[in-house]
Write a protein that binds this ligand. Structure first.
Ligand code: ZN
Length: 55
């Protein structure tokens, strides 16, 4: 069974912060994709990117 990891959402202002946090937490670089939905994890703006863990 694979552990489900919730993607991190980030707006244009917080993408750098999101990548840093992702690196600390997962010790690997995230796979960035354009977010179609969701709000930034750091502010209340609409998310521009979703950070997912690569396989
Ligand atoms: Zn933000």
């Amino acid at each position: 069974m694979q552990e489900y990891i919730k993607p991190i959402y980030a707006c244009d202002d917080h993408i750098d912060m999101a990548i840093d946090d992702f690196l600390v937490e997962n010790e690997t670089f995230p796979v960035l994709s354009k977010a179609e939905e969701g709000t930034c994890s750091y502010c209340k703006k609409a998310a521009a990117y979703a950070l997912n863990k690569s396989e």
